[in-house]
Ligand binder design. Sequence first.
Ligand SMILES: [Zn+2]
Ligand SMILES: [Zn+2]
Length: 369
Amino acid sequence: MSKKMLCSKCKTEPATLILPRDQSKVCKECFFYIVEDSVHRAIVDHKLFTKGDILAVGASGGKDSTTLIHILHVLNEKYDYGADLHMVSIDEGIKGYRDESLDAVRRNQKKYGWPLTIVSFKDLFGYSLDTIVSLLGHRKTCTHCGIFRRQALDVGAKKISATKIVLGHNANDYAETTLLNLIRGDLSRLKRGSTIITDSGYGPARIKPFKYVYQEEIVKYAFLKKLDYHSVECPYAINAQRGLPRVYLNQLDRVASWSVLGFIKSNEQLQINEKKKKKLIAKKCIKCGFLTSQKLCQACVLRQTLEDSFSKLKIKIEEDEDEDEDENEEQKEKKEENKKNKNEKKEEKQKNKNKEETEKELEIEKEKN
Ligand SMILES: [Zn+2]
Ligand SMILES: [Zn+2]
């Protein structure tokens, strides 16, 4: 960019940045204003919240949620929203990752002075995500985590009597979800995935003020404002299904920056044939009372799977300990050999059972969504 070029918005300051959404050249201050204003417009135009609302803002310590917290803090003062702002964090129990990002959350809590509530998987469900992975394997970690996260966030919000849950989903996330559901042919999810307010009628509605802000704008904003966030990716986040739409959208973005918003606008205007929509019958989980379309909610099904795996593991360890007593080396070796074969068979059986259970779970998830 040549030094003489002036900001396309204020026409007085030199342009130092390219605005990701339309590639126009702007100065730093105008860039901040444009990003903050699209959040403000989303809040006002869609009536995301009003005076007196208690907002539980999901704080992961990552770039998106840290920027969201900063901008909400700025706007709440600037426009006097009168919202009661809280941070709610989820501690999934991921050693070396979540503990560090929670440190960033705590530093921001001091900076902005909002109350912070932390809900942990271990306290709420009895298992940390690391334990879940050791019991059920790596295959469905993100699905399992998502099931518990959704409920943990509701519990955290309930603790502070929140009236709304605020999430940091941005325009690129929306475009990706749209594309993903188009690929899957999942029309009811396609439509539900486009709304800026998701209200299941149970617990506080989830609102997403970053819906029209590009991922790259958040990155630039966080960098230029020197926000304090944890930039390491979750070690379990190998989201293969999201991979392709993300790569495709990034490529598209390079030649047609408006395509991200284009996907969003198209989806907003889409009319789904009512007959194609699956009817959702909302019930309450017979075990925990959360909203579900089945007898048991997904979290309770997962918890049951974990309990089964855990008790089988315990029985196996106890058996091993009993059998180890009063044996000479030769017998021991022979037995060990037999046991190894037996255990391998057992494991195989268990694996198949787990597979069946997760598949069943997936079916439930499919139906629910
Ligand atoms: Zn300017
Ligand atoms: Zn339940």
